[in-house]
Design a protein around this ligand. Sequence first.
Ligand code: SF4
Length: 416
Amino acid sequence: MQYQDRIHLLQRELMGAYFRELTEAADGNGKPAMYMLVGSNLAELAWAMDMIPVYPEMNALQLAIKKASLPYLLKAEELGYSMDNCGYVKADMGLWFSGRQTPFARIPPPALLLCNYSGCNTFLNWFEHLREYSGARIFILDIPFPRIDGERRLHDHAYVRGQLEELVELCEGITGRRLDLERLGMHLAIAQEMGEVWRRLLELERNSPAPFDAHFDAVTLTAPFNSLRGREESLLYAREVLREMEARSASKTGPLAEERFRYVADAPPPYPYLRTFRNLFSRWGAVAVASTYANFSRAWEMGFEHDPKRPLESLAAFLTFEHQANAAHLKRRREVIVRAARERRADAVVIHSVKSCRLFSTGQADMREYLVKEVGLPTLMVESDLEDPRYFSEAQIRNRVDAFFEALEHRRIIGG
Ligand code: SF4
């Protein structure tokens, strides 16, 4: 498809340049590496401190997409990591003990391990293991969970703001340079504009046909939004994506020749079989119009705005009140799915239950019950894994997908 070729090419150039920076850093000619987690990452702080962000999750994801994850998983299992451990962690551990060489880059060792989210306890263990193996400094940023009453408490914000000050001091010690607040503000302003672009892109998904697949295309589209947020070249890319999608929307062009079904996708896809999995839906004319996973931050969708003049306060507010992963508790996830399904006129919900990710998979069966029985949204649940190709059974998943869409079609014919 034309737009996919062009936008994917732009995306590849941008990510390729980043991977070259990683390799330079690994070869000792680049910036000190700040490892961090993707969800609500602090890339803007890394750029402002002349450090390079490294995302172990993204490295694992890239290995899976390139069908290269299995040897790293096996390496980790040889070392004693169990079959049941998170696939991302195992791929990363295998990578660590294979010279940090991937098909796309050499990964630099960490100068700092920033565990910017502690809600999934696997993250804590993961970064502690990396500390053990690398000997690098570690900083655990403790972000309070959103309160059940939804109230935004100022002392939570102050608590996170205080930790950011300590983190800045640590970065200054590592790099030997002071943080320039104005520069941080400039990166936040760029991030803000990228967020606005993303919000407008999602708005386009209300149209029929949707101009892009909000799950499968978004996985590619959002990589620079997620990991290279706050950089000038990423903003140029974001504007280009928006221009392209607006043009497609105006000409009523979608990712498939015919959009027959619209659905909301929950959880990450099986990366080792991304194309195969996508085709199971495409052959039914099914397009994802929303995704709980491939959305680089819901903050922008909900109207969050950075204040570049007060960058540390603004970052603290972003982390405290809008933390993507923290805000993904079951009740909110259900609300997000139902709201997206209504706003974008979805026919169904598709849940991918990820074997090795407890954070995403916990409660999915209950959520399915709720969506079907309480909301009346036909919901399909399929199981495999985001990293481990051994858990993907094409025939089994195809049977479930086909039966589901046959039933949806039947329901449509009889006017249900
Ligand atoms: S269990 Fe899930 S959320 Fe936690 S580290 Fe693994 S993939 Fe990420």
